[in-house]
Ligand binder design. Structure first.
Ligand SMILES: [Zn+2]
Length: 199
């Protein structure tokens, strides 16, 4: 039996559904909410709603954006002939933080996962092929995670991109086997991009 009131217990239950939040963290968040002013909580709720209403995927690269095209795709200083393929928008954020990449991205919005029943058709691969076929891309860097699913996805992408005749590379050393790109620190990410090898 919980010692909390019904509405607190309901909130804790909902918070536990969030990634990385256990019961202890949920209880701490509830404590914060109870101590915060009504104005602060209103701002928090509005911020959540705004993200949900305004943020969508970039029409070209599938990165998060509040406009038709994301800031990176719109930036004339970026090298449009160099495309880095990543699994999720959080990977774009991690690489951008490292400041070592000046090309553009293609976000797959997932990864091939036989265990979860996710195949190539569940990823944004068709639009990637379209982009490459348009002819202005010179190099494609595969920067999927160094875990099993990331490697399966990289193999699949190699098989379908290689015949298109662009230079194809895979990010190199530094990202430990089995780890996620967005957990790597900026220096590791920079080195990994620098040491990419042709496949
Ligand atoms: Zn974009």
């Amino acid at each position: 039996m919980s010692n909390y009131t019904e509405s607190i217990e309901k909130l804790i239950e909902m918070l536990i559904n969030l990634p990385g939040i256990g019961r202890r963290s949920a209880e701490r968040i509830v404590g914060y909410i109870l101590n915060a002013s009504s104005e602060e909580i209103k701002c928090l709720c509005e911020a959540i709603s705004k993200v949900k209403e305004n943020v969508k995927f970039c029409r070209l690269c599938n990165n998060l954006s509040e406009e038709e095209f994301c800031k990176i795709c719109q930036d004339v200083r970026r090298q449009k002939e160099l495309v880095c393929i990543v699994e999720e928008p959080s990977d774009v954020a991690a690489i951008e933080k490292s400041g070592s990449f000046h090309g553009v991205y293609h976000v797959l919005l997932g990864v091939i996962s036989p265990l979860e029943g996710k195949g190539p058709g569940d990823l944004r691969i068709d639009s990637l092929i379209q982009r490459i076929k348009q002819g202005s891309i010179k190099e494609v860097i595969i920067a999927t995670d160094a875990d099993t699913e990331g490697e399966i996805t990289a193999l699949y992408l190699t098989k379908i991109i290689k015949p298109l005749g662009v230079k194809l590379t895979r990010i190199g050393v530094g990202i430990p086997m089995g780890s996620n790109l967005d957990y790597a620190d900026s220096t590791t990410l920079s080195k990994s991009l620098e040491s990419r090898r042709e496949i």
